[in-house]
Design a protein around this ligand. Structure first.
Ligand SMILES: Cc1ncc(COP(=O)(O)O)c(N)n1
Length: 544
């Protein structure tokens, strides 16, 4: 008996598209997508482009007969569970593809099962990827065969403008217009239209489209991205149902290959047996993450990260738009405790000058003791650092804290507290708990954990200083006995220490790329230190 080594039959997906030498779009993007969605990818190459992230600088069309020959080769032996078409280049190739598909799928009602058509016409960089005289052939020969058509808004406008049967106004600039356009497109043959909304960002609040002139300047930070969303619209002509898939509008230039990847992902999902709506919905989620975790591979448009779900980042990498992803994640994750800390009654008393003097004096004495351990924690950082530069950075902070504590002594003298009194003050329990926690984390954890144990103090005081200084309700100048304290933490010296501290954390995080599980542990350190800050204010306020 011979062993059968051929018992694993994979799901198969076929792409009929152009080659992108830059690897971000076309056949290359499709095969990456097929692989990452666990399908066996085959390919029929219609054209070879010379292309990078900046431009398409040459197109070499494959003779139509040879495109057909490739398709025959794949379908006659390997077969496929789904097909997508991308760049079809010219009318001869469009016809050859349609003819060969019809030959292999002569009987089924829609002729070609699971055919996804991405009507690629113009590259993001501006190059024409389909001859203008080929559009009519695409409409006539390919669209009637297809299950899902995936145009973006300009492509939908173009197809409709080119087809005399349609009577839609040429501009699609609202969700209602998208709906009309999708219905018109379905009349050309496809069962399902996925009209992609990436070129038509909408205000979340009003549902209105962002005016074109503003859209052009979105990358100049003119609009808060949180206010915008995009709607990918599904029109299923078989059921007469619209489905709106809403997504946050991502401010990024890593979009090269988006259309290719989306249609390939739909085809892969269909190949794996998913029903069309689920295949589309899952594919749009896949794209959103692939864009969010995009890759800078050249000097032009960034590319999608097709393998984002294989190598998963629990924290995004820093970008121009979110330079401190770890810090912003932590502040969000620990929001309630952070609020209690930075808006504590003690802080309010400092802001309006009503804090009892005894509470402040108690606080200053304890804070002096705290700074001693805080300096030691940074000394521990210097010890744990792996490079000389990093050790020095920690040691510099130790020196800085030592200088700051001298100022503390001078400042306390003004409040009638002597040096002896300060060093002989017994540590309060809140102080013991906080400082020993920081040292314990520092001893047992790595530099990132140590950094997170000391971060709430550093970042929180910086925030409090800035807020109170700028808040019109703060009692300012000599009228407020605590004004000098406020100014001290608002000063650029302190603020630049905060900036350096945050940069350090972000760098460590970017090197480590913590898993989701590890991120939870890191959050816990940050949260505990934040809660210990709250206990510190409580202790000070009530002179415990
Ligand atoms: C071979 C090929 N196919 C498709 C596209 C469109 O992709 P994009 O619009 O992202 O440039 C492309 N640039 N190259």
């Amino acid at each position: 008996m011979t062993a059968d080594f051929h018992d694993h039959v994979p799901f198969k997906a076929l792409t009929i598209a152009g080659s992108d030498s830059g690897g971000g779009a076309g056949i290359q993007a499709d095969l990456k997508t097929f692989t990452s969605l666990e399908t066996f990818g085959t390919s029929v190459i219609t054209s070879v482009t010379s292309q990078n992230t900046l431009a398409v600088d040459g197109i070499h069309a494959i003779p139509a007969a040879f495109v057909a020959q490739q398709l025959e080769a794949v379908l006659s032996d390997i077969g496929t569970n789904a097909i997508k078409t991308g760049m079809l280049c010219n009318a001869e190739i469009v016809s050859a593809v349609a003819k060969t598909l019809r030959k292999f799928y002569p009987d089924s009602e829609k002729n070609v099962p699971n055919l996804v058509v991405d009507p690629v016409m113009i590259a993001t960089s501006g190059a024409a990827l389909l001859d203008s005289n080929a559009i009519e052939t695409l409409i006539k020969d390919i669209l009637p065969l297809c299950l899902v058509l995936t145009p973006n808004v300009p492509e939908a406008e173009f197809i409709l403008a080119n087809h005399q049967k349609t009577k839609t106004a040429s501009k699609i600039d609202s969700l209602d217009q998208m709906k009309l356009a999708a219905q018109e497109l379905a009349r050309l043959g496809p069962s399902i239209i996925l009209l992609k909304g990436g070129h038509l960002p909408l205000y979340k609040a009003s549902g209105k489209a962002v005016p074109q002139e503003l859209f052009d300047s979105i990358s100049d930070l003119s609009i808060e991205m949180e206010e915008l969303e995009l709607v990918d619209l599904i029109w299923d002509s078989r059921t007469g149902i619209f489905t709106e898939l809403r997504k946050d509008f991502l401010r990024t230039s890593s979009t090269h290959g988006t259309g290719c990847t989306l249609s390939a992902a739909i085809a892969a999902n269909l190949a794996r047996g998913l029903e069309a709506h689920e295949a589309i919905t899952k594919a749009t989620d896949y794209i959103q993450s692939a864009i969010r975790d995009g890759l800078t591979v050249g000097s032009g448009k960034g590319c999608l990260n097709h393998f984002h779900h294989v190598v998963h980042r629990s924290i995004e990498k820093p970008t121009r738009y979110n330079p401190h992803p770890l810090t912003s994640h932590l502040l969000k994750a620990c929001k309630d405790d952070w609020e209690k800390y930075t808006h504590h009654a003690f802080v309010q008393g400092i802001a309006d000058g009503t804090l009892p003097k005894e509470s402040f004096i108690h606080y200053m004495k304890q804070d002096y003791l705290f700074l001693q351990t805080y300096a030691r924690a940074h000394g521990l950082g210097a010890f744990k650092a792996r490079t000389m530069a990093e050790s020095k950075a920690f040691a510099d902070i130790v020196v800085h804290i030592a200088d700051e504590s001298k100022l503390h002594i001078d400042y306390c003298a003004k409040w009638g507290i002597t040096y002896e009194e300060m060093v002989n003050t017994p540590e309060s329990m809140a102080n013991v708990a906080y400082t020993r926690y920081v040292l314990d984390i520092g001893m047992t954890g790595d530099l990132l954990e140590l950094g997170l144990a000391i971060a709430p103090c550093l970042i929180g005081y910086g925030q409090i200083g800035q807020r109170l200084y700028n808040d019109p309700n703060t009692l300012k100048g000599d009228a407020n006995p605590y004004w000098e304290w406020i100014k001290n933490y608002e000063m650029s010296d302190y603020q630049s220490a905060v900036t350096r501290g945050i940069a350090n954390l972000e760098r460590q995080c970017n090197i480590q790329q913590p898993s989701a599980h590890r991120l939870k542990q890191l959050e816990e350190v940050f949260r505990t230190a934040t809660r210990l800050e709250v206990s510190f204010w409580d202790m000070a306020l009530h002179q415990l």
